[in-house]
Design a binder for this molecule. Structure first.
Ligand code: DGL
Length: 266
């Protein structure tokens, strides 16, 4: 079992922010990445549509099979994970709980901003999670639909990106947040621009760190950590166009992406 890969899923390149942290923290593990680019963006999909996508991706992972799944997607972590987590006999970790914990630890004035997809904001999951840890927190959640297309096209620092950051983050600053959760896994790729705009008084929370920390503990406690001297394997699959994922993915995380294969899910 411990030689099996870890499944990592997202709608597109967003989960690569989690892959970056995984590579740094668990360099010996094999993983299978699935970017559901045929259905991108997830942010404007209904919970029913998202449930269908989640189940087909889990069926795809079942072919390998994977020993654990990282739901490297704020939208699935907020909308579908709670409904499917008991249907699979492997650990499944989302990005919400860890990010909520990090935010609560980071805040001094108990005013936390959350930027995420529309579907995530509609679910209210981040606010619920943060308030369950710290009821006196004020949580301001906003959807940032322009961010995902910008990241997917590799525009991490151009004038459109700066304008969108200004438009979305400005109102949160006006509300006095001192902590900002990047609640969609695409957004940490915009961290430099967001940090420059928000200034040093706002702590940015990239959910990948707490999530990978949680994964490390799960692998350790369930005896699932990979113990072999063989070279780790990293495979990338998408449901849409493989060339654009390859090009943008390489720009975002470099040579770890050697090949991208397209698969059609039911
Ligand atoms: N990266 C995903 C998330 O964390 C999905 C974004 C999208 O496709 O809208 O929510």
């Amino acid at each position: 079992m411990n030689k099996q890969p870890i499944g990592v899923l997202d709608s597109g390149v967003g989960g690569l922010t989690v892959i970056k942290t995984l590579l740094a923290e668990l360099p010996d593990e094999d993983f299978i990445y699935f970017g559901d680019t045929a259905h991108l963006p997830y942010g404007n999909k209904t919970p029913e549509q998202l449930m269908t996508y989640a189940r087909s991706i889990m069926a795809f992972f079942g072919q390998f099979p994977v020993k654990a799944v990282v739901v490297a997607c704020g939208t699935h972590s907020s909308v579908t994970l709670q409904h499917i987590i008991n249907d699979y006999p492997i650990p499944m970790l989302g990005v919400v709980k860890g990010a909520a914990r990090s935010a609560v630890d980071a805040t001094s004035n108990q005013c936390i901003g959350v930027v995420a997809t529309q579907a995530t904001v509609n679910s209210g999951t981040f606010t619920r999670e943060i308030k369950s840890l710290r009821p006196d927190c004020t949580v301001v959640e906003i959807a940032c639909p322009k961010f995902v297309p910008l990241v997917e096209s590799g525009k991490l620092d151009d004038s459109d990106t700066r304008q969108a950051v200004h438009e979305y983050i400005g109102p949160l600053m006006d509300q006095g947040i001192d902590t900002l959760v990047l609640g969609c896994t695409h957004y940490p790729f915009l961290s430099p621009v967001i940090a420059e705009f928000a200034g040093s008084q706002v702590t940015l929370i990239d959910p990948s760190h707490a999530t990978v920390e949680e994964l490390k503990q799960v692998l350790r406690s369930q005896n699932l950590a990979r113990q072999t001297n063989e070279q780790p394997q990293r495979q990338f699959y998408v449901s849409g166009n493989q060339e654009s994922f390859f090009t943008v993915g390489k720009l975002l995380i470099g040579d770890v992406i050697q090949k991208v294969e397209q698969v059609f899910l039911d």
